[in-house]
Design a protein around this ligand. Structure first.
Ligand SMILES: Nc1nc2c(c(=O)[nH]1)N[C@H]1C(S)=C(S)[C@@H](COP(=O)(O)OP(=O)(O)OC[C@H]3O[C@@H](n4cnc5c(=O)[nH]c(N)nc54)[C@H](O)[C@@H]3O)O[C@H]1N2
Ligand SMILES: Nc1nc2c(c(=O)[nH]1)N[C@H]1C(S)=C(S)[C@@H](COP(=O)(O)OP(=O)(O)OC[C@H]3O[C@@H](n4cnc5c(=O)[nH]c(N)nc54)[C@H](O)[C@@H]3O)O[C@H]1N2
Ligand code: SF4
Ligand SMILES: [Mo]
Length: 713
């Protein structure tokens, strides 16, 4: 073969100068993060393939990962540190050096700490997770309690529900289970490696129950699909518990020994008869009974939760508590094939090795700092997490109560993540000093005083650990483009310059990872020898740890009646039982409003090619659904004279957006579903700013009343 032909075919070799570099794609869900083989010539990526050696993705890539070149070489990439010279939002910046950027930031933050106090600063990280521990430690070591993240809308509320009931979260042991209760998720779009495991198990006879208001690829695999109205999960779960208890399909001895508050709970759920639950949820009672029978009689059974949909409601946390109690009732907690408790190894992955992760992110006890953002309103959040509640950040910026927040340093902040995104934008405008580090010049960057250009995952080193124990310390496939840098470098350069007493942080990035990993025996140097990744040394799996240690709740038992919630029963009107209260903006809770706004607006159900604000700008992914569109049920469309691709207005008392209609049989009548994050049709502009769950602070993204009409009708 001639060299020219080899070059055209992009064949690696010394003659062609094409090398395959191994790394990972981090465009989407951290539990996926597929392996990449990048073909690099003269420092440029010329071809993208999946990495065969990656234990989880095994050579596969989705539409987003396949668009890696469009992501990495996008024209919107930030090229240099910038200082704002025009009014906020005007996109008027001048280029500055890194040194000048670091000095400016350090001076501002050191002055704030000296003159007013460190708590007036907030440190924030968006959906990206890999560098969070370093930002969190830097914030606390600087002296502010106000480290917060996108996890104020994701994962944490579900985790809190587990902690309130069981003292710890139990991940589904899908590989060893015979019945999977998916409440709720659509991994075929959102977590492709998990989807593969499920499809494989299904072929081998695993039973599947799916709870989801829509017919999704996941739901089509189900033996039983419970298609409920959004936000009625609590009622459905209490109904299932009622059936399981009254039919005697639960382990009485287990419940006697390990449940706290069972009698009250049993009494409360008596009202949730299958008939009544059908009225509330729209799930036919026969299906509910069948699902209760299957989940409680097939052993072992695993409960698969998701980080967001169930808790994106004003009643979300209690709804999830009700659903998770089914795990206890059926004795599936911490057993093989049920829901296993494992320690966090790094970030939120339970990778089977011991680390000093929690110790690392909590260098200063919260008692030694001022109250975190959201402390007065959300005490249970404060008890169960190590972060401030970012949903109340705009509120505190606006009100200056209990104290002003004037400074913000963010790593990937997207104001459209917040309900009433305009309110968050106003808050950003009010800040005295705002720094944002991002890959792209985003609409949020335009409001920053200093903008820092960061590189993508293929241009940096990062520690990546997966739940199955697979671990990689990734190597950059190409140098950071333009004058960008990895977030890690920025964080540790700031650590050198900020007024902090933290010897460890002064030592730099890899020394910090080594410190965290020390108990596992792994080091960065060792991990570098495995560019394809390797298995972390695994702690032996111990089942039923509660037998020896009790449950890590105040009572040491599974709490149907939560002692943590009880503490705040008077001050915050929290119910210790997992009570069902309809969504605040629903026909049940507000029939008057429902007359004018009869539809349930359900936002943010994922599409395979889009992820939040990230991939709308890529030509390949964008071509798959070029224009903002909302899914509406066929019967609703017919009643309103709406046809496929007609322009429609979605409106609430707060505002309106215009999108195309996508007529769908996947969705329940009376529900409108739309993804979030479109610039041109930002659904978060039509949600009230503090429409949140009173326990977790999570926004009610998945159910609020609205209406639709055809444009020009
Ligand atoms: N209506 C509605 N709103 C929602 C949701 C919903 O379902 N409905 N879902 C919520 C949920 S679950 C989530 S997780 C959030 C999404 O949270 P967001 O934080 O809005 O997610 P992204 O837009 O993906 O990422 C934010 C920014 O991070 C930047 N970024 C990407 N990688 C890096 C990196 O390595 N370093 C740095 N510094 N920046 C980087 C991106 O370019 C982007 O500008 O949205 C929430 N908002
Ligand atoms: N392609 C892609 N992948 C992603 C993301 C992305 O934006 N795009 N985002 C990542 C992030 S941040 C997250 S949090 C995860 C989310 O991951 P998943 O939870 O798997 O995905 P979603 O589509 O948000 O929600 C799953 C299902 O919840 C259903 N649902 C909506 N409302 C309700 C309700 O009230 N009750 C019940 N029981 N179900 C409801 C929806 O119909 C949807 O089919 O995905 C991650 N992966
Ligand atoms: S965006 Fe696609 S290729 Fe990249 S990690 Fe996610 S699923 Fe894998
Ligand atoms: Mo999320």
């Amino acid at each position: 073969m001639k060299l020219e032909e080899k070059l055209r075919a992009k064949i690696p070799g010394t003659d062609t100068g094409i090398e395959i570099k191994k790394t990972i794609c981090s465009i989407c869900n951290p539990h996926s993060h597929c392996g990449l083989d990048l073909y690099v010539k003269d420092g440029e990526i010329i071809k993208v393939e999946g990495m065969l050696e990656h234990k989880n993705s095994r050579g596969t890539l989705c539409s987003k990962g396949a668009s890696t070149r469009q992501y990495v070489y996008h024209k919107d990439r930030l090229r240099s540190p910038l200082r704002r010279v025009g009014p906020k939002g005007s996109n008027n910046f001048e280029e500055i050096s890194w040194e000048e950027a670091y000095e400016t930031i350090a001076n501002e933050f050191n002055k704030l700490k000296r003159e007013k106090g460190p708590e007036h600063a907030t440190f924030f990280v968006g959906y990206t997770k890999w560098m969070r521990p370093f930002v969190q430690r830097l914030a606390h070591t600087y002296g502010t309690p106000n480290y917060c993240s996108e996890s104020s809308t994701c994962f944490k509320a579900m985790n809190m529900a587990w902690k309130l009931n069981f003292g710890a979260m139990g991940g589904p042991d899908i590989k060893n289970t015979n019945c999977l209760l998916v409440w709720t998720a659509n991994p075929m779009y959102t977590n492709t490696t998990q989807a593969e495991i499920i499809m494989d198990k299904k072929e081998r006879g695993m039973k599947i129950i799916v709870v989801d208001p829509r017919v999704t690829p996941m739901a089509t695999l189900a033996d039983i699909h419970l298609q409920l109205r959004p936000g009625t999960d609590g009622a459905l779960a209490l109904g299932m518990a009622n059936v399981i208890i009254s039919e005697g399909w639960y382990d009485k001895e287990y419940v006697d020994q390990y449940f706290h508050g069972f009698d009250e709970y049993k009494e409360y759920i008596k009202d949730f008869t299958p008939e009544k639950v059908e009225e509330i949820t729209a799930v036919p009672k026969e299906l509910l009974i069948e699902a209760a029978r299957m989940y409680s009689n097939v052993k072992p059974a695993a409960f698969m939760p998701s980080a967001s949909p169930v808790v994106h409601h004003t009643n979300g946390l209690q709804n999830y508590r009700a659903a998770l109690l089914l795990v206890g009732l059926t004795g599936n907690f911490d057993i093989k094939g049920g829901n296993l408790v494992k320690d966090d190894s790094w970030l939120e992955s339970t990778s089977g090795f011991t680390s000093r992760y929690i110790e690392y992110i909590t260098p200063v006890p919260f008692e030694k700092m001022k109250a975190r953002i959201g402390s007065d309103e959300l005490p249970v959040w404060m008890d169960l997490t190590y972060e401030a509640q970012a949903m109340l950040l705009p509120k505190q910026i606006h009100s200056e109560k209990p104290y002003p927040i004037t400074h913000l340093i963010a790593f990937g902040i997207n104001y459209r993540m917040w309900p009433d995104s305009g309110n968050m934008l106003k808050a950003l405008k009010k800040l005295d000093f705002f720094v944002n580090a991002d890959i792209f010049m985003t609409d949020t960057c335009k409001y920053a005083d200093i903008v820092l250009p960061v590189c993508t995952s293929v241009e940096r080193n990062e520690l990546k650990t997966y739940n199955n124990g697979f671990v990689i310390y990734t190597q950059p496939a190409i140098d950071p483009l333009f004058n960008s840098k990895p977030d890690s470098e920025i964080i540790f350069e700031l650590a050198k310059r900020l007024d902090i007493e933290d010897e460890l942080m002064k030592k730099g990035y890899e020394a910090n990872i080594d410190w965290v990993l020390e108990p596992s025996g792994m080091t960065v140097e060792e991990l570098k020898k495995f560019p394809f990744g390797t298995m972390a040394p695994q702690n032996p799996l111990v089942y039923k740890k509660y037998e020896k240690e009790g449950f890590k709740t105040p009572s040491g038992k599974i709490e149907c009646s939560s002692e943590v919630l009880k503490k705040y029963q008077e001050s915050h009107s929290y119910d210790p039982l997992p009570t069902y209260r309809p969504s605040e903006s629903s026909a049940e809770a507000n029939p008057e409003l429902a007359k004018e706004y009869p539809f349930i607006i359900n936002t943010g159900s994922r599409l395979p090619m889009y992820i939040h604000s990230r991939t709308f700008r890529l030509p390949w992914t964008r071509s798959l659904r070029p224009e903002p569109a909302a899914d509406i049920n066929r019967e609703d469309a017919e009643a309103l004279g709406i046809e496929q691709d007609d322009e429609i207005i979605i409106f609430t008392p707060k505002g309106s957006i215009q999108v195309k209609a996508n007529i769908s049989d996947m969705i329940l009548k009376g529900v409108v579903s739309i993804i979030h994050g479109y610039k041109e049709a930002d659904v978060n502009t039509i949600i009230e700013p503090y429409y949140i769950d009173p326990i977790s602070g999570f926004p009610g993204f998945k159910s609020f009343l609205g209406n639709i009409e055809k444009v020009g009708s």
